[in-house]
Design a protein around this ligand. Structure first.
Ligand code: FE2
Length: 263
């Protein structure tokens, strides 16, 4: 398998290309966040815009926490090692999701998927997205084996289901995960899922994701940043075409959501 970081550097230096799912891959560990800080009580936010291309990071006060600063510090260090100007020309979107995970359920979506699909809305493909993710407990699972996206169309196929069905979990090493607190960097070609809880009792799990993207994440329901108004209109849009599927996460009863975009 090619060096994980070198592969990822290639991934994020070229436009989104389904052919790259054919390369086996693993996420790259970029450091760790203190678990006590990571699991401290916090508001949650979803894909909140925190930086514009060419701009500075603007975090609302609710998210100026030790753990969020650790995430940004580790990510900024990793960005320096990537080719080009790092995240300077990209949007940054922050997700903080803290909830009680119920027995037999996942915190976030349990199905195999990837972050950063560019559907038919993106006729000319943008540079592939990358994400820094970390969980306080039972971290994200990653699929490592090559997949075949040949013949998949943006409007006619559910890429998550089609690629997820190719993952043979009986093969040793086919699924890997980091440790709680470890910040992992992955590209848009990294299939992953939120694990289902095998615990007998509910437990709190805190998840952070920093999405480095050329895309305008303008889905209605994303959190609004009071310190950085989005220069685009939020749209009542579901998942990208061909990617709709049932959400079976733990629900929001145990969480506290930050401001949401409204029409
Ligand atoms: Fe994801």
């Amino acid at each position: 398998m090619q060096d994980d970081f070198a592969l990822l550097a290639e991934d994020v230096s070229s436009p989104f290309d389904g052919g790259r799912f054919a390369i086996g891959r693993r996420p790259v560990r970029v450091g760790a966040i203190d678990l006590g800080a990571l699991d401290a009580e916090t508001d949650s936010c979803l894909d909140m815009l925190v930086k514009l291309p060419g701009g500075d990071v603007r975090l609302p006060e609710a998210f100026r926490t030790k753990a969020v600063f650790s995430l940004f510090t580790l990510a900024a260090e990793a960005e320096k090692k990537l080719p080009g100007p790092g995240w300077r020309d990209h949007y940054l979107y922050l997700t903080v999701d803290q909830r009680e995970v119920l027995p037999g359920r996942s915190h976030r979506n349990a199905g195999w998927h990837f972050d950063g699909m560019q559907g038919s809305r993106y006729f000319e493909k943008l540079t592939a997205c990358r994400q820094y993710v970390v969980s306080s407990a039972n971290p994200t699972e990653y699929a490592t084996l090559p997949m075949n996206a040949d013949g998949l169309t943006e409007d006619g196929h559910n890429w998550f289901v089609e690629l997820g069905a190719q993952i043979d979990e009986s093969i040793p090493g086919a699924v890997v995960k980091g440790a709680p607190g470890e910040v992992m960097l992955m590209s848009a070609y990294q299939l992953h899922r939120s694990p289902v809880s095998m615990a007998e009792h509910p437990y709190r799990r805190t998840f952070f994701r920093l999405d480095v993207s050329m895309k305008q994440q303008d889905r209605l329901g994303n959190s609004l940043n009071p310190d950085l108004p989005a220069p685009f209109e939020f749209q009542p849009r579901g998942l990208p075409e061909g990617l709709r599927y049932e959400i079976s996460d733990s629900g929001w009863e145990g969480g506290r959501k930050f401001s949401k975009a409204v029409l």
